[in-house]
Design a protein around this ligand. Structure first.
Ligand code: IPM
Ligand code: MN
Length: 334
């Protein structure tokens, strides 16, 4: 039928409910997409957690996937499925924009930040050792290859969205070798992009400055090693109303997976209390990535209007609406 096929990982907990909202809104907006639901329940390959082959094939064929939250087991011996997905498809850049929603009041107005997080290594490389009793090691791995790749992407992304500043966020004063290399490669990369202003800032300063006044960050793209991006992007989400509102895209050379950053919220699963906005906004990033800009803009506007109107907000935003009532209000505005 000429529609695009997109792989859909509904996810655990609230995942199916918020995925349903996205599907309903897309159907109402006549988005030319057919969903291909995939099961990513891990399998063991050579004793290691792996994505089942049919799911891998689906994403490689469709090039894009939308993903709901997957529960992350904590502790020894468990490998996060989220990380396995990022690794399997070599999704090297995690793009996390964070924009204030007009009409939805938080402590800050006019926030418009973008974090680009290295997505394959750093503290997330999974290299950990129990040395002797009471002594453990977690290795922070930084390589030139992965760093250059994400830095290049940050400069290109800045160009593409018309922000003309790139800032590396680092802690090279302490992580002299690892962050030192990342920063050095950033400085070198900047020479290839003379139209973009480059600078760098210590992570702790960034945190202090951002919660004092986030607006000086609006004209910049921030790029940083994996764990810093994980933490700082949650802080940014807090500036605009929480993880229920912020999208993210895991970008690779081959394919890309767009996902809500929040967890699977098992405590409210199945009760129609979840906020589907983060997944919906992630899907809008996906539409833009696919070049379906008109559909993206239309759904985005209907969502912004619904949030600004404030009549059908979910509980996390201080409202009383059920997930499907909120989605219904968006559909009414399409
Ligand atoms: C995120 C999440 C993940 C991460 C978890 C679920 C593994 O917090 O996407 O930010 O730490 O990267
Ligand atoms: Mn996180």
């Amino acid at each position: 039928n000429g529609n695009y096929l997109v792989s859909l990982i509904e996810g655990d907990g609230i995942g199916p409910e918020i995925s349903q909202s996205v599907k309903d809104i897309y159907a109402a907006a006549n988005v030319p997409i057919d969903w291909e639901p995939i099961d990513v329940t891990p399998v063991l390959v050579d004793g290691k957690t792996a994505i089942p082959q049919p799911a891998i094939d689906s994403i490689k064929k469709n090039l894009v996937a939308l993903k709901g939250p997957l529960a992350t087991p904590i502790g020894k011996g468990h490998v996060s499925l989220n990380l396995t997905l990022r690794r399997t498809f070599n999704l090297f850049a995690n793009v996390r924009p964070c924009k204030s929603i007009v009409g939805f009041k938080t402590a800050y107005d006019g926030v418009d930040t973008v974090i680009i997080r290295e997505n394959t290594e750093g503290e997330y490389s999974g290299i950990e050792h129990h040395v002797v009793d009471g002594v453990v090691q977690s290795i922070k791995l930084i390589t030139r290859e992965a760093s250059e790749r994400v830095l290049r992407y940050a400069f290109q992304y800045a160009e593409s969205i018309g922000k003309n500043k790139v800032r590396v966020v680092h802690k090279a004063t302490i992580m002299k070798q690892s962050d030192g290399l990342f920063l050095e490669l950033g400085k070198n990369m900047a020479k290839q992009y003379p139209a973009i202003q480059f600078d760098y800032e210590l992570l702790d300063n960034t945190c202090l400055n951002m919660v004092t006044d986030p607006t000086p960050y609006n004209d910049k793209v921030l790029v940083m090693p994996n764990l810093y991006g994980d933490i700082l992007s949650d802080m940014c989400a807090g500036l605009i109303g929480g993880l229920g509102l912020t999208p993210s895209g895991n970008i690779g050379d081959e394919c890309s997976i767009f996902e809500a950053v929040h967890g699977s919220a098992p405590d409210i699963a199945g009760k129609a209390l979840a906020n589907p906005t983060a997944l919906l906004f992630s899907s809008i990033m996906m539409l833009q990535h696919m070049g379906l800009n008109e559909h993206a803009t239309r759904i985005q506007k209907a969502t912004f209007d619904t949030l600004a109107e404030g009549k059908y907000l979910t509980g996390d935003l201080g409202g009383k609406a059920k997930t499907h009532e909120y989605a219904g209000a968006i559909i009414d505005k399409l």
